[in-house]
Design a protein around this ligand. Sequence first.
Ligand code: FE2
Length: 283
Amino acid sequence: MAAPDQTLILIADTHIQPHPDDRLDGEDTFANLNAVLDRIASSGIVPDGFIFAGDLANDGEPASYKRFAVAVSKIQNTYGVPVALALGNHDAREPFRTALLTHPPSTERHNEVVTVGPLRIIILDTLVPGRAYGQLGHDQLHWLSVQLGIRAESGTILVMHHPPTHGGVEALNHILLRDTADFHETIYGTDVIGILAGHVHHPTAGMYAGVPVWSGPAVAYSLDPCWPGETFRSITGSGFSIIHIRRRTMVASAVMMPGMQREIAVSPITASLLERWLQPPPV
Ligand SMILES: [Fe+2]
């Protein structure tokens, strides 16, 4: 079997917290991220690039991005390959840019094109400040359309925190990507060969506009898809994905870290929670 044309590591939903003593439902998310990075380092995998699929910080805190930046530097120093960063609903653009990009603070969307040899990776920004669902918006879709007007030699991977497909945890389906029809129109028939996402905190595969969609396991904790829809069940469980590209075909493998899937919270989906989730975007 020939080696993959490209091997990418997808890391989703790190939810890094500001201080070393902080815990998220008992989970040390920064330790989880370091354990994932150690596992990758000890595996002998030679990645061509790393992709983070959003919810980098747990609540957009500047100190969380400073801690996250340490992990990104470690990756860059170890592998010397591109590290692509997407934002999720738990992120905040200004402190992210200040800590990770050393750019002037800005609330503009963070989207960019990253090339891994002949493969193009386009990072999209689905963050709607103060909302759990995602939206790309007309301007960003126009920008994407312009990018896709020129084909990449090995095709294009799109990275976005909110997947355009429904997932297996029913309650989460209220807070997915909103402008899916416009997104479909933008990417259908282009050179996009795969969509990588996070947000749903369990490995989920789907198909959209003729393109495979993979939402990778989260680093911070997992959500249980085998559970009644009126509550969330959060469980321990951390992982990442290995993405192989061969001849413009994307294949994703979930790697779960060792440990029990211990229950850490069961959260009801109440009417007031739904009302808050479904508020229109701020103007
Ligand atoms: Fe998340």
